[in-house]
Ligand binder design. Sequence first.
Ligand SMILES: [Zn+2]
Length: 386
Amino acid sequence: MKSHVKTIVCTLFVAVFAIASLATAQDKAKEYAVWKSLAERTASEASKVLKRVPSRSKALVLTNAGCAVVDGHSTEPSLDGLQSWKGASAGKGTLLDVHSARNSALWFLFHDMGTGDAVYFEVNGKALEPLLSRLPQLSRKTIRSRVFALRAKELFARIDHENIGAKAVFADPAAWNQKAKAGVFGGHAFALVTIANAVSHGASCDVIRAALFHDHYCPGVTSGVILANYLESRFPAGPGGRYFIQAVDPWCKEDALLELLNSTPGKRGYAAYYPSDADKARRLPEAAKAATIAYRQQTRGGAWDGVVLAFDWPDTGCAKAGGGIAEKLCTDLWFLKRMDKPEDFVKVVKSFELPKGTSPLDWARPGVDPLEKLGLLQPPAAEKAQ
Ligand SMILES: [Zn+2]
């Protein structure tokens, strides 16, 4: 009798568990339908706003879908919906997700790389609330038709239509700086103009990856890509080897190095300090421009050696471009043609080997300055006076 009751209880438990799992799967599928349909709806809106719909090879979509979280909802399914716009694809580099904080508004940019025409949509999360609160009662088909039935004015907090091609930006730099100041593209004007132009000017996959992680494409992140290129060609860690990167003058380059070398602080592969002007004034003249120390261990457990690197900023002639976005974009495009010549910009301040038994972590401890260890600082004033 007892075993009979046990069997009934077990069967009931399995049935309840199966029903709960089915409900969860259905809820997930309906959530997916909301955010995928939203992107499809926005893509069809973009085709109405743009002067003409670009060919597949000229269509580019940028978004922060997947990063932005709207009222606790993941926006990742929108990435699939965006593929409906001229076959935009992550694999072809025509659907790019730009890094942003989870609390950022969700946005999409549709761009014709042929004409420079672009339209930006910022989603009003509130417009989706009535739909999201009734998902159990709605079918996926109904969800899609409800998303498509929403008025554009309700669904989008902002729609901006601009020509972002380099030609248009260089033709009127002052107007672009004014637009950026006024918050066009939700304050992402610099980020979107530079990333879109990097793609349309043929930037390589790693340049784009660094720019996406950094959330904009600037000369600073370019210098990081060039430093990574230099390390891989002139100071290779080799298969199975690893780097430890230490920024002694951090700027945008750090994000490119993190992304491309995968030497991250969380994995004990990266450190940085921010020197003051007084700290920099202590550096010997040859180390005045020291920016990054790269340590290398070619075999696990083996010895570490390193290089102190400086980055020489060339005169690109872009100072005449009109400042702001135009000047930065001009510099970005200038560098884009020279990414494979890292030795033209990267200078070795000092090469060294770490003492046996010492790891880069020992030189990244609080109060330890690796430049002092390397004899690249002037002695403190008190010592000088003696
Ligand atoms: Zn930057």
